[in-house]
Design a protein around this ligand. Structure first.
Ligand code: GCV
Length: 691
């Protein structure tokens, strides 16, 4: 009997402490009895008190709602933390939400061992920091690689999963204050009375954590759901339909955030179907939402199969509309002009408009960076975009500053991230991909943080505080280096030198630069982007080609226009260069391409090796899980290198230099290999190795 009890206890203890990643970066280690006092009584303040009481390890804490000059300057969400761990700390803010953010900041400070004296005052750089779920109502997730949607629509509103609150807590801990629950390829059903009840149940759980709920809408909802003969935004009945729908939503969800809209994009309906503009469509919705302080995030991800370069189209459609949007409309722009490629130049729509609020849309889920199989820390990609100089108002007009309202004031400022979250135990499919969710929140709060700052914080919070054996000291610099190099490695073995969109058509995981489906849209074919021919490689977007460079301000446009001054890491995005073009290294383009792909493979091997070296410092469960993924990542890197080089060699007709690893695949076999993906888009990666 005793033996049985012991076994039960053992199983219980191992389950409680299983290092499966489910606790994310929230592994605070308090004693559960800290002294916390406050007069604030609301639900949000209660969470702050509870978190501190359980997790804080220092002397007493006071939480004050204060409307002083100092707190007023920090706005609604800012906070002041002052004091000393030994003698006591106070957190002040003008709102309960500020207290909650202050509490999480204090705990971060405790866990990352920043000393005893604390004096922090912070406020956000972006007002709205929003996750976008591409979750469908059947619980599949478009471009989701971490299981099913968290939202159990079939059980809502009656059954409430404990994961909803865990999700809200994780977001609040990194200052995310909004979530769009459903896919931008939106079903009109989301606005039915039945679903609004379900949405309300989620909104009620998120509210105390300071998170507003938003919905993506289908522009044809008045016709499809409401049965009207049209969805023309200038039609009176249509306007009334939206007004009533918005009223119905706010009756149940008084702090509802607003709508996200993908319109006239990839076959979805929109105002242009009725001869109206994006501004007509967005303003009609904005007017309905205005009385409730709701907003519209109108996506600029638009392109059509015309003769015009896809990379130019969003700019062409939106810049003539500058000044025509209501002040509660924000134009949501992907970081690059095409589509979340491993490396793109920034979208020229950043810095193009003066009277229109523009917000960056970043992709946390790794649609184009190896799903949840490859490790790619994306803060480096996002910072590259945010720190890019648009020159909108001279030097220093970075993407961050033209979107946070520093250059031209905008009523709202925001940043959106397409989430990588699903029902997987570790939330993100890959233990290391949790860092991307974390980094999104931290950067949206403060875009001046560096990828190093963020990843060091994340590592300490996720893999434990320094222990007596100095584990963290050994782990942090090594893991931090691995993470910081990871995205560049992916670019280098997938699409170096500015190559882009040479993925397989039906999934975006493996290489298919050869893909050619008879009758398919040309702008969905890799050949449209790489333009390999006997004469060379790359898309000519210079003034002699599509002239996409003209959409950037001087002096950037002149710099990009000439191959000699265009940065080489993006050169084939802007130029079609001959195979014997001399690169900065002195090599021909062909040789440089070969050496670069080869370097990518070496980088993947280095990542794999660096992870293995961490074995003594990481718990066995997470170590093994990540280790198995690095094996696949390295094999995939070789697949990419071989596939791309063997294919491009058919045009260059040049030998692969002896200095690099020999291809181990046959091009014909790679060409005939088809990877199947299930409806949750989880690729069965085992298939890859039969190729
Ligand atoms: C939600 C790309 C993706 C689509 C996505 C679209 C978008 O085309 O492949 O899955 O659709 O972008 O951002 O709207």
């Amino acid at each position: 009997m005793k033996k049985l009890l012991f076994i039960i206890l053992l199983v219980f203890v191992t389950q409680v402490y299983a290092e499966d990643g489910s606790r994310l970066w929230l592994r605070f280690s308090g004693n559960g009895n800290a002294q916390v006092t406050t007069k604030a009584k609301g639900a949000t303040a209660n969470i702050a008190v509870r978190e501190l009481r359980e997790q804080w390890k220092g002397a007493k804490i006071t939480l004050n709602i204060a409307r002083t000059k100092e707190t007023n300057l920090l706005g609604d969400e800012g906070y002041l933390i002052k004091g000393n761990r030994e003698t006591g700390v106070s957190i002040s803010s003008s709102s309960e939400k500020g207290l909650l953010y202050g509490a999480y900041q204090l705990l971060r400070w405790q866990e990352t061992g920043l000393g005893d004296e604390i004096n922090i005052s912070e406020s956000p750089r972006y007002e709205l920091r929003i996750l976008n779920h591409w979750d469908n109502l059947d619980r599949t997730i478009e471009r989701g690689y971490a299981g099913q949607s968290l939202w159990e629509w079939e059980k809502l509103p009656s059954v409430i999963s404990p994961r909803y609150e865990a999700y809200a807590r994780a977001n609040a801990s990194i200052n995310i204050n909004g979530t769009v629950l459903n896919n931008v390829n939106a079903s009109p059903q989301i606005l039915s009375a039945e679903y609004i009840e379900k949405v309300k149940a989620l909104a009620d759980i998120f509210r105390p954590y300071g998170i507003k709920t938003y919905l993506a809408i289908n522009f044809s909802s008045p016709a499809e759901l409401g049965g009207l003969p049209t969805s023309d935004p200038l039609n009176k009945e249509v306007k009334l339909w939206w007004k009533n729908k918005v009223k119905e939503i706010y009756k149940l969800i008084p702090d509802f955030g607003g709508f996200l809209v993908k319109a006239n994009s990839e076959g979805l309906p929109g105002p242009q179907d009725f001869g109206r503009t994006h501004a007509d469509g967005a303003n009609m919705l904005a007017d309905a939402l205005k009385p409730y302080k709701g907003i519209v995030m109108w996506r600029a991800f638009v392109y059509n199969p015309t003769n015009e370069d896809r990379a130019k189209q969003a700019y062409q459609e939106f810049t003539p509309l500058d000044g025509q949007f209501r002040d509660n409309v924000i134009i949501q722009v992907k970081n690059g002009p095409v589509d979340f490629q491993p490396r793109e130049p920034f979208s020229p729509l950043f810095g193009a408009m003066k009277k229109t609020a523009v917000m960056p849309e970043l992709q946390i889920t790794q649609e184009y960076l190896g799903f949840s199989t490859h490790a790619a820390y994306l803060a480096t990609l996002w910072k590259e975009c945010l720190d890019s100089d648009t020159y909108q108002q001279g030097k220093g007009s970075t993407v961050a500053r033209v979107t946070d309202g520093s250059i031209y004031p905008q009523k709202h400022s925001a940043m959106a991230g397409i989430t990588n979250i699903g029902t997987d135990v570790n939330w993100c499919g890959h233990q290391l991909a949790q860092a991307n969710w974390y980094a999104f929140g931290r950067l949206a709060w403060n875009h001046e943080l560096t990828p190093e700052d963020i990843v060091n914080e994340w590592i300490t919070l996720t893999f434990g505080e320094p222990d007596n054996q100095g584990n963290s000291q050994n782990l942090n610099p090594k893991l931090s280096k691995l993470m910081l190099e990871s995205r560049e490695a992916v670019v280098t073995y997938m699409m170096p030198l500015g190559l882009h969109h040479i993925f397989a058509l039906d999934h975006h995981y493996g290489p298919e630069p050869w893909c050619d489906v008879p009758g398919a849209r040309p702008d969905w074919m890799p050949k449209y982007y790489h333009r390999a021919d006997a004469g060379g490689l790359g898309f000519d977007r210079s003034s002699k080609g599509s002239n996409a460079v003209s959409q950037y301000h001087s002096p950037l446009k002149e710099e990009l226009d000439k191959p000699e001054t265009c940065p080489e890491n993006i050169i084939l995005w802007f130029h079609h260069l001959p195979w014997d073009y001399t690169m900065k290294s002195g090599r021909t383009l062909w040789d440089e391409l070969c050496y670069t792909y080869d370097r990518g493979v070496q980088q993947a091997r280095t990542l794999q090796k660096s992870w293995d070296e961490l074995e003594p410092y990481v718990d066995a469960e997470r170590f093994r899980e990540v280790q198995s993924k690095f094996k696949i990542q390295t094999r995939d890197a070789v697949w990419w290198k071989d596939g791309c080089l063997l294919y491009f060699q058919e045009f260059s007709k040049r030998p692969i230099p002896y200095g690099i690893e020999r291809p181990v695949h046959e091009l014909d076999k790679l060409k005939s290999f088809r990877m199947k993906i299930s409806n949750t888009e989880k690729a069965d990666i085992n298939q890859l190795y039969n190729k």
